[in-house]
Design a protein around this ligand. Sequence first.
Ligand code: S3P
Length: 451
Amino acid sequence: MTARIELTDAAPHQTLTLEFPADGVALRGRVRVPGDKSISHRSLMLGAIAKGETRIQGLLLGEDPRSTAACFQAMGVTMSSLEDEWVTVQGVGLGNLREPADVLNAGNSGTTLRLMLGLLASHPARYFAVTGDGSLRSRPMDRVIKPLSLMGAEIWGRQNNRLAPLAVQGQSLKPIHYHSPVASAQIKSCILLAGLLTEGETTVTEPSLSRDHSERMLRAFGADIVVDPDTCSVTVRGPATLTGQTVVVPGDISSAAFWLVAGAITPGSDLVIENVGINPTRTGILDALAAMEADITLENSREVTGEPVADLRVRHSRLKAVRLSGDLIPRMIDEVPILAVAALFAEGTTVITDAEELRVKECDRIAVMASQLNQLGARVEEHPDGLTIHGGTGLTGAIVDSYTDHRVAMSLAIAALRAKGSMQIQRAEAAAVSYPSFTATLAELCGLSVG
Ligand code: S3P
């Protein structure tokens, strides 16, 4: 059988057809992944509210950061073209976001909406209306509205202030110490951003450490940030003064994860993924794959504008099943779908627990990954807080669906590398949220072109 990668337009959606020879395809060479999504959002937001110019290199040109940029432009922030090698943001200074003339639209992006809410709620005498796409409008916003309300914020939303569209009447807020029930960087960052304009000490404590990009970048921009790693607490002292900085965005480990798994499961593969962010709060996927005995090595480790970066080399190896739970899960929360694909090719049964957060991502990733992988002949069981994945069942191509979730779309495409027959992924355009060139890069690594 000849290999084939084909994108067909079924407006407004796309279907991706993937077909590979029965003995698989070896992925070889070097690849660069797009900029880190979390760091891209934060660089645009902090740049927008700082004094002076922020320069950003390596910004992710995905749909999510574009939503962030559009929201802040609507509030009076001037930015150069996002396509520029160095994107410049002319910060308006803390507290100076303008009341937008229309509804702010965060698109598919939970990070945009939740982080931005902390800023909007703390801008006195301005009114904001915010919404998002169908997926975002079904995701819980009470997790940030609750702590913001404790600070004195006035926010209204559907279903008893749980869902967007939301209305925000900006206020002068009071500081709190919030104990978050979940390890979530979006909750933590929302409160810290609200704390910037709030006089006094605003503290967030989490049950375990979530990604710390906000803390690192806020400190670099001049905020008074104190981190207590023993209690997983962060404190910001307001009012802060932020000054524009230079940010070099590393490659996104969440995007690199697709190639790590692709290389690990396809015989003959030897791949280097260059310039990947390896912030320890994000490297759970490396720990999980190491526990599965994947052959991954770090090369050329360095630090770039406050974030650790390395090149990752992956070679095919026999994988073993693993049990994943606890503090590891927040460190690989976005990589569970692709890890589930790796587990299909491991010897034994992989069990993932403590991952109930996956149910409130861009889609219910527990239900959708189980149903879509089972559609391909896998044996995956769904639990309230995770998945059981039986390795070694073999996959056969079928029609599957991304459920408009970028990480589901890309995980299924990687599974196709080891599936018999042809696979069709419906609504495959979702990948553009975080990785617009994903299909082209997949084709390139397989020595194909996209038909
Ligand atoms: C993100 C935090 C995570 C992650 C999301 C990006 C961020 O969400 O899933 O893709 O940039 O802060 P939670 O904070 O809700 O876990």
